[in-house]
Design a protein around this ligand. Structure first.
Ligand code: GLP
Length: 261
């Protein structure tokens, strides 16, 4: 795992967008795993700008989102399909047919989860998976006790997750109780993971995810098992990390990060 600490949230999001852009330049057919949440909005705004101003090309890439609420159709503005269309897909030159999210309205949700896993396999697997982190440490909607080898499935949302996402709904009761999410095993099978966390309210959970023991109670800790995981945080979210001086030294001195400094 690599941890990169940037001075503020904008700089952290900018670095994440540049890592994605570099991967897209290197492989226009990139299979990109995407995430939702407020943290990602700045990353998508940067990518949209790069598409407009630097001709960053999305035309050949394919995307798979981590999760979707059960019961919300694409037309619902709280659905993650709506979020993705609004913040990224309809603003860049991506082919909408190449953008995949689980269908939370499918009549047979288990079949939909199996279909989603099969689509990822057919696409050749995910090259680069973007990740946020919930305040309780979930990846996607891998709530406490998510099996370390779990695949895409329906999960019941923990009260803390529903509370965290409630401000995005008119009324907290409207937050769905269940979601389809890629499993921990699905995420660990991706070729590279890129996690972005910003703000002081994420400092505790970032420290647990990066430096704490691996536990099914906090799915983000399983990233310690991933062979190529980059965690990008701002100063505030890095506040509780024990090894920040060491992580800073690596970013400032390792040749692989030269282009990003
Ligand atoms: C939701 C998503 C997660 C995301 C989390 C953090 O729960 N399912 O994938 O990481 O929100 O959101 P935010 O960036 O708003 O803190």
């Amino acid at each position: 795992m690599e941890v990169i600490i940037r001075p503020n949230a904008d700089a952290a999001a900018d670095l994440v967008a540049r890592i994605i852009a570099k991967a897209l330049h290197a492989n226009p057919h990139l299979v990109l795993g995407l995430a939702t949440g407020r943290t990602m909005e700045t990353v998508y705004a940067r990518l949209v700008r790069m598409n407009r101003e630097e001709k960053l090309d999305f035309s050949l890439c394919r995307t798979f989102n981590l999760d979707e609420y059960v019961g919300l159709p694409a037309s619902d503005r709280h659905s993650y399909r709506h979020y993705m269309n609004h913040h990224l897909f309809l603003q860049v030159n991506i082919d909408l047919r190449n953008t995949c999210l689980p269908d939370g309205t499918a009549a047979d949700l288990d079949a939909e989860c199996r279909r989603y896993e099969e689509c990822i396999v057919k696409a050749g697997g995910i090259d680069l998976q973007l990740l946020g982190i919930g305040r309780a440490g979930h990846l996607g909607f891998n709530e406490p006790l998510s099996a370390l080898r779990s695949r895409t499935r329906v999960k019941a949302l923990a009260p803390v997750t529903r509370a965290q996402n409630a401000p995005l709904f008119a009324n907290p009761d409207q937050v769905p109780h269940r979601a389809i999410t890629m499993g921990v095993g699905t995420i660990l099978d991706t070729r590279r993971c890129l996690l972005l966390a910003t703000g002081a309210e994420k400092a505790d959970i970032v420290a647990k995810a990066v430096e704490g023991p691996i536990t099914a109670m906090i799915s983000a800790t399983t990233l310690q098992l991933h062979p190529h995981c980059t965690v990008v945080v701002d100063q505030a979210a890095a506040g509780k990390l024990q090894g920040s001086d060491y992580y800073r030294w690596i970013f400032e001195n390792e040749p692989e990060w030269e282009a990003f400094r």
